[in-house]
Design a protein. Structure first.
Lengths: 631, 296
């Protein structure tokens, strides 16, 4: 059997992973049974590389954004350079969407084999409408697989329609857009406008062909109504959102924060940060250096920071391993810089195109030597902006490297984001020496805060030796143990105020709730949705989302856990790395469990909710014997 | 003030570049001579110390920045060149010097040399080549001769040495020279020429290790062996002849300029500057950077 062939195991994975809560049942109200309106819809599409499913997804999310829907789109690929399987999933909603959701409402397979390769990333269950290209070679009676019968399975001659109307197979994705607009009423006018914009740049023939393909998709839907008919409820038009992914927002935030230098080496899934900056940063007088390797990339960043610039590097796990010696240098030389690690499945090449949260231990302990480096993690696409700005602020304020732990899910997920008011963000600059301080300049002066003024080459009077070797207050190399102790204390104590930064934690739910949910990074969105579902269920649950992962803010955790008897630390790694880190520093209640899963196997809100329900029940049962003696 | 008086007033003395720190080197180390030549070359160039960034890696020679009054950065092993490029790109008006040993430049950091050269980063790179790891007490270096017995090659090294001169010539460096503290006048002149060269300039300094170096690599031997390239009638514009002469690395001790391109290519920093000029005014204000994400 060649690798990549669909196995029964893969099919079972695909079909059986996720249960669905009742809140999404389209037939909840009998009055709406005939033409139910949905407010939350998940569509998954898969095909071969040339099928254009990702392009169709992009057209769809753009149209959805223009109509005023909230939407998230994730892409997933096999690791082939061209061809191979590719997929995307979209969640479109009338409310804020917190994560990309679980089971599909609509599954589109331009090719079944490709579809099934995505397994749990595109899960189907009993309410899913499955649409597939009839050319795909799978008989309809084979579709109910692994015991799960989708609500409806529809074969459409997608390829034939494309050829008949547009004259080419390549318009299959446009036909699919027509089918979606026709059957589910999604953003028809905006999709058409998008097609006109996109293909208007090409020849009039190409545009006309795609218009015909789109219209034919709509016509096919009209001529072949679905058994379970429902439509997407119209969007509530509001302020037009941004449509952006985490990598783009990270790069844009760097420019906003005043970053003028990027040094790095391309590595999936972080490369879009460098690509964005290579288009933009030059316009601001900045520079992008595509270095010869990861080490040189961060090396140039260290140099640029020494010369006074705000500087950024970005990488993923393996690159992070290479950069860590330079992080040690920046820590002891007290130079600000920001290092973004967009996490992927690891170790080594691992799952380079898929998300995992498995580099937390690496980020926290990337230090050789007795040092702390702040680690921040954005919790959504939108949050990537603020977290990146804050990373620069902390780097500048404390003269330290700061690690931003993004992950592939957030970094490459395109999402509607409420317009960001940039005037609400403060920008911090490094503490420069005053004229008086330059008279007798002491670069590493031991101050109350541990922060000392930093000069830069070109500045008269500020001349000093920066070094990786231990040094005295003037920068002169030393081998003195006493001086090393004093300098180590200086370099560590400056971070104490960070641990009081409650603004870097999201805390929701009643303060006295006995059940806790903790999540970080992209999985924070799952935990947030689980909290909403739990509250709707009447469960007494609260939520903690740390954006500052290190240093561990012991007090904030201790306050949060004070009322807690049981709970879950939800994260996308086999080991549950945040769980380990928190327990190193905080007395965690005995009922706190790790809810952790290796990367690329999505965690969905429903399963977190189920566990929270079980925990609530167990607590109630435990309470019964306690009350008995009083009766 | 007359212009002559102004010129005199702006003259710099070597001691202005000398810091208070006392070198840790062994008495008789070749690096003392190199340091002295650097002071003199910098005085002749005349940039004030605060306009100079002096970057180094790890090794005996990498202590040099601390012995000058320039902005110094004693970094990590092998990575001085990338850090120096970051500094130069961040502030092209600085004079950026890089110093290191043969281990820095041709072992742990060997991969960076080619890229600094192909970018034509406007740096002066001084390698103090002593064919041994002195700071860590006598291990094999990438330029150690084959067969050399050291504490890490107890029965003699099995590898041929790197030829630093051919290495940089091969990658297309525009300025390649070699000197020795046995000829202080010549060394100072080479360093000065290297600093003045617009682009990446490489100087291999045969700087003997008095403690762990071979007896035939000491200054006394240098004095006998060294042959001035200019006296030999070498034309530094002749790259092929330079490569031919460079092949004698390890046997002959040629001093002076092997190669200086008659047509220097633009430096990396000049190209960056041109890019900035070209795109001047194209940016929207930083606070409006997000506007481009509005869907249309």
């Amino acid at each position: 059997m060649r690798s990549g062939t669909v196995t029964p195991h893969a099919v079972a994975n695909c079909l059986a992973i996720v249960r669905r809560g009742p809140e999404k049942n389209p037939s909840a109200s009998p009055l709406l049974n005939d033409l139910a309106m949905r407010t939350d819809l998940i569509i998954g599409m898969a095909g071969s590389g040339g099928d254009g499913v990702v392009s169709a997804g992009e057209s769809l999310i753009t149209a959805a954004a223009l109509e005023g829907y909230h939407a998230i789109m994730t892409k997933s690929f096999g690791s082939q350079i061209r061809g191979g399987e590719s997929s995307c999933r979209l969640r479109i909603s009338n409310r804020e969407v917190l994560n990309s959701g679980g089971t599909l409402d609509v599954a589109i397979a331009l090719n079944w084999e490709d579809f099934l390769k995505f397994g749990a990333e595109l899960p189907v269950n009993g309410h899913t409408v499955v649409i597939y290209d009839s050319k795909t070679g799978v008989a309809p009676d084979r579709i109910p697989l692994a015991g799960v019968s989708p609500a409806e399975v529809v074969a459409v001659p997608v390829g034939d329609i494309a050829k008949q109307t547009a004259g080419t197979d390549r318009a299959k994705n446009t036909v699919v857009l027509g089918l979606l607009a026709g059957w589910f009423g999604i953003a028809r006018d905006s999709i058409l406008a998008g097609i006109r914009k996109k293909f208007g740049k090409k020849t009039p023939e190409v545009l006309a062909a795609n218009e015909r393909a789109f219209t034919a998709g709509i016509a096919h839907a009209a001529a072949n109504p679905l058994r379970t008919e429902w439509k997407m409820a119209p969007a509530v038009a509001g302020e037009r959102p941004l449509l952006v992914d985490g990598n783009e927002l990270c790069a844009a935030a760097a420019i906003f924060a005043g970053c003028d230098f990027f040094g790095g080496y391309p590595i999936t899934p972080s490369t879009e940060i460098m690509q964005f900056l290579s288009r933009e940063i030059w316009k601001y007088g900045g520079t992008v250096l595509q270095a010869e390797d990861e080490i040189a990339g961060i090396g140039a960043v260290v140099g640029a920071s020494f010369a006074g610039k705000k500087a950024l590097t970005a990488t993923s796990g393996p690159g992070m391993s290479l950069k860590t010696e330079m992080l040690g240098l920046a820590s002891i030389a007290e130079l600000p810089l920001v290092c973004v690690n967009v996490q992927r499945g690891g170790p080594s090449t691992g799952l380079p195109t898929k998300s995992e949260q498995a580099d937390l231990l690496q980020a926290v302990f990337s230090a050789h030597g007795d040092v702390v480096r702040p680690v921040l993690a954005p919790i959504s696409v939108a949050d990537t902006f603020g977290i990146t700005v804050e990373a620069f602020n902390i780097a500048e304020q404390y003269q330290t490297p700061v690690i931003v732990l993004s992950d592939q899910e957030i970094a490459q997920r395109k999402e509607t984001v409420r317009p960001i008011d940039t005037s609400a963000f403060r920008i911090v600059e490094r503490r420069r020496p005053t004229a008086a301080e330059l008279e007798h300049y002491t670069r590493f002066r031991i101050t109350e805060s541990g922060i000392s003024p930093i000069s830069q080459p070109g500045e008269p009077g500020g001349n000093y030796l920066a070094s990786g070797i231990e040094h005295n207050e003037h920068g002169a190399p030393t081998a003195s143990g006493e001086m090393h102790a004093r300098m180590t204390e200086k370099r560590l104590k400056k971070f104490h105020p960070l641990k009081q930064r409650r603004d870097l934690f999201v805390i929701e739910g009643p303060a006295d709730a006995p059940i806790a949910l903790v999540g970080w990074g992209s999985v924070a969105g799952v935990a947030r949705e689980a909290l909403r579902l739990a509250q709707a269920d009447g469960l007494r649950v609260k939520l903690l989302i740390p954006k500052l992962l290190y240093p561990v803010a012991e007090e904030i955790y201790a306050d949060f856990f004070a009322s807690v008897q049981a709970g879950l630390i939800v994260e996308q790694s086999y080991q549950g790395q945040l769980h380990h880190i928190i327990r190193m520093f905080v007395d965690v209640p005995a009922g706190i469990e790790s809810f952790a899963r290796a990367g690329s196997n999505p965690i969905v809100a429903d399963e977190v909710l189920t566990r929270a329900r079980e925990m609530t029940l167990a607590l109630q049962r435990r309470r019964v014997p306690q009350t008995e003696p009083r009766e | 003030m007359t212009s002559v008086a102004a010129a005199v007033a702006e003259q710099h003395l070597p001691k202005e570049y000398q810091s208070d720190l006392k070198p840790i080197w062994c008495p008789g180390c070749g690096d003392f001579g190199v340091l002295s030549a650097i002071y003199r070359a910098l005085a002749a160039i005349g940039r004030p110390p605060h306009e100079i960034a002096f970057v180094s890696g790890i090794g005996c020679s990498s202590r040099i920045p601390g012995y000058t009054t320039a902005y110094g950065f004693n970094t990590v092993h092998g990575r001085a060149l990338p850090i120096a490029q970051g500094i130069k790109l961040a502030n092209p008006s600085l004079l950026v010097l890089v110093a290191g040993g043969d281990g820095d430049g041709f072992s742990i950091g060997g991969g960076h040399v080619a890229h600094a050269i192909r970018r034509n980063a406007d740096l002066t790179y001084l390698v103090m080549d002593n064919q041994i790891y002195g700071l860590t007490k006598g291990q094999l270096s990438p330029t150690s001769p084959r067969g050399l017995k050291t504490v890490t090659s107890s029965f003699g090294s099995l590898e041929a040495p790197v030829n630093p001169l051919l290495y940089v010539l091969g990658y297309g460096a525009g300025f390649v020279a070699q000197g020795t503290p046995a000829d202080m006048v010549g060394l100072e002149q080479i360093i000065r020429e290297a600093i003045r060269f617009p682009g990446f300039a490489f100087v291999n300094v045969q700087s003997p290790c008095v403690t762990f170096g071979e007896p035939d690599a000491q200054l006394k031997v240098h004095k006998l062996k060294m042959q001035s390239l200019s006296k030999l009638g070498h034309n530094p514009a002749d790259r092929l002849r330079a490569m031919d002469l460079a092949q004698a690395y390890g046997t002959e001790l040629y001093t002076g300029i092997f190669y200086r391109t008659p047509e220097p290519s633009p430096t990396y920093e000049e190209l960056v500057h041109a890019r900035h000029e070209e795109l001047r005014g194209a940016a929207r204000p930083r606070e409006r950077i997000l506007d481009q994400f509005r869907p249309e």
